[in-house]
Design a protein around this ligand. Structure first.
Ligand SMILES: Nc1ncnc2c1ncn2[C@@H]1O[C@H](COP(=O)(O)OP(=O)(O)OP(=O)(O)O)[C@@H](O)[C@H]1O
Ligand SMILES: [Mg+2]
Length: 274
């Protein structure tokens, strides 16, 4: 099982769009994938599950001292084959207060008890707080979406500080790559931002770029991934290419570091949305 955080504390850069469409893309390739929504705004949750079906959320797993639920109890099937989701809740914002060391590892411990998944994707909130810390302590890799816009690179410096801190408790944490999102080739700033991303991050910059497209923006309002909303469109093409690049990088990492194949035998056990 590989755990990937999609993180950038800058708001609106495409973390959720990337989390949802990467997770769905990986699932369509046959990987058993779990998407965990760590953002109390619940955007990923609302895209994939009708709110009225949700009874247990990540907040019931992470928040409070007594009567917390195991992570398994907060897993819901989505309409997409091979893709399950752990929904967020507004109460997740409570994690942002100072927490004890033990509490910082609640997410990690919860995920490590799961056996059914090849890949876990964490949609992180747009803050540098305790929720992000828990995500970084739980992850093997981080993917950083960067919007092709003014000041898009400034926030990454702060994220790097968080990564350095998280490595004290999670030394294996690596950046899998930086992905340019919301790219509009008609804008000079977008081209400059892309050039800067490639110059700065070199081979860590994904070669696939996610364009600014109406289909990517509209799909969540229809509670759909971009593949379902516009199967033959540019948004599907961009996220399919990106998904393939992610798989290639993960496989390279596995071969280089561990000599094991990414896809492990899994027993399918799913919880129906109740
Ligand atoms: N490639 C894209 N093309 C067009 N619109 C996009 C694209 N990516 C994201 N958006 C839209 O931009 C807004 C912000 O995107 P998204 O929610 O994915 O960002 P985020 O980083 O998760 O935001 P937050 O920091 O609030 O969690 C949303 O309305 C989304 O639909
Ligand atoms: Mg988001």
């Amino acid at each position: 099982m590989k755990i990937i955080a999609i993180a950038n504390q800058k708001g609106g850069v495409g973390k959720t769009a990337t989390s949802v469409n990467l997770a769905a893309g990986l699932a369509s390739k046959g990987y058993k994938t779990l998407l965990i929504d760590l953002d109390s705004q619940r955007n990923a949750t609302n895209t994939l599950i009708p709110p009225e079906t949700i009874t247990t959320t990540l907040a019931d797993v992470l928040v409070g001292d007594n009567n917390r639920q195991p992570l398994e109890n907060a897993i819901y099937e989505t309409p997409i084959d091979n893709l399950d989701l752990v929904p967020a809740h507004i109460r997740l914002a409570k994690i942002e207060r100072f927490i004890e060391i033990e509490e910082q590892f609640r997410l990690k411990d919860g995920i490590n008890n799961l056996t059914d998944y090849d890949l876990v994707i964490l949609d992180c909130p747009p803050t540098l707080g305790m929720t992000l810390t828990q995500a970084l302590l739980a992850s093997h890799y981080v993917i950083v979406p960067i919007a092709a816009d003014y000041y898009s690179h400034e926030g990454v410096i702060d994220l790097n500080e968080s990564l350095q801190k998280a490595r004290r408790g999670n030394p294996q944490l690596q950046i899998l790559g930086y992905v340019m999102t919301r790219y509009d080739s008609r804008m000079r700033v977008a081209k400059e931002s892309l050039q800067l991303t490639q110059d700065k991050y070199q081979e860590l910059a994904f070669s696939s770029v996610i364009r600014e497209l109406a289909a990517i923006k509209t799909a969540p309002a229809m509670r759909l991934t971009v593949y379902e909303y516009d199967p033959s469109g540019d948004g599907s093409a961009d996220y399919t290419a990106f998904t393939e690049e992610v798989v290639t990088r993960l496989e390279l990492e596995n071969t280089a570091n561990k000599g094991i194949h990414l896809v492990e035998q899994t027993s399918a056990k799913k919880r129906k949305a109740s």
